[in-house]
Design a protein around this ligand. Structure first.
Ligand code: GLN
Length: 307
């Protein structure tokens, strides 16, 4: 295999992209997201040998939003195991992340855990399984990242709640089919708080490293998931991590990934590294325009992806 100088690769692609036009708009879901500085651009890669490569605004924290859906799925799998698949499926949705349409004819069972409906069901499962779901999820995220500094952003969570008409609709609709066990306010509170966490590209790469290393974080030596669960989570990221752009992401980038409307994308190369990109301008599907471009150029020019 060619020995790649990742720092040079990151720096070179970053510099080239900075000179190119950056398209799209930041999320308009609520003010915390729309008020972001759209010039921000950061990249951080951590390998399973714990090497770190960074460029741009890689240490600035941003709202991780839907990237948190991978962490809640991981913890739900830990706690409840395969039973969760009775409540949520593992198929690509082909619809927008906050779409309601499939729930009608699929009787309240969401397509996958990485669209809003699926993540809300996962939160319901966590609320049923945990005595203090918010605190225990935070402890879990702190422990897998080796970072006690991570916290919820109350202001973001409370702001999201004010604009969350669709998420309330999804939760109510699923409850009408019997697929939400707990009080909707309690389930959505956990969901909003998980979306509210601010992390940097560096912190996200560290947090997600277990997915590149068979479930064990090389930074903390903690077993976060079994090898089999890790395979499955990566597979779902590959198929569903970028909503109705997951096919195009697989085609262009060739790595499992998870995006959020804060403009972050985490991509995993199992057995090698995690790379996180942040650029707040989103394309029409709600994914970072520059983030996808960066990852596409990186896997194309290094000729290394999972395919
Ligand atoms: N908090 C956002 C929502 O619930 C997360 C969506 C996303 O990042 N795609 O709509």
């Amino acid at each position: 295999m060619v020995d790649i100088n990742y720092q040079d690769t990151l720096t070179d692609i970053y510099t080239r992209l900075l000179k190119k036009d950056n398209y799209g708009e930041p999320s308009e879901a609520f003010p915390v997201l729309s008020d972001v500085d759209t010039k921000k651009f950061g990249i951080h890669m951590t390998t399973i040998e714990s090497e770190n490569f960074s460029i741009g605004d890689a240490n600035d924290r941003f709202s991780i939003q839907s990237i948190s859906k991978v962490l809640s799925l991981t913890y739900a799998l830990n706690l409840v195991g395969e039973k969760i698949w009775q409540r949520v499926r593992i198929e690509p949705s082909g619809s927008a992340f906050n779409s309601l349409v499939q729930l009608e004819y699929e009787k309240g069972i969401p397509r996958n855990p990485f669209i809003n409906a699926g993540a809300i069901v996962i939160c319901d499962i966590l609320v049923s399984a945990l005595s203090n779901p918010k605190q225990e999820m935070l402890n879990f995220i702190r422990s897998i990242s080796g970072n006690e500094n991570i916290d919820y952003c109350k202001a973001t969570a409370e702001e999201e709640e004010k604009f969350a008409f669709r998420n309330y609709a999804l939760a109510n609709f699923m409850k009408s089919f019997g697929n939400i066990e707990n009080k909707i306010s309690q389930v959505l509170e956990l969901y909003f708080y998980l979306c509210s966490i601010n992390l940097s590209c560096q912190e996200l790469s560290h947090t997600f490293l277990y997915l590149a290393n068979n479930g064990v974080s090389p930074l903390t030596n903690l077993t976060v998931a079994t090898p089999s669960q890790t395979k499955k989570i990566n597979a779902i990221m590959q198929m569903c991590g970028l909503y109705d752009e997951a096919g195009e992401f697989a085609y262009r980038v060739g790595l499992p990934g998870k995006s959020g409307i804060g403009g972050g994308i985490v991509a995993v190369h199992p057995g090698k590294y995690v790379v996180t990109v942040w650029s707040p301008k989103l394309n029409k599907k709600g994914n970072s325009y520059r983030g996808i471009n960066f990852l596409e150029i990186m896997t194309t020019e290094t000729e290394i992806s999972i395919f």
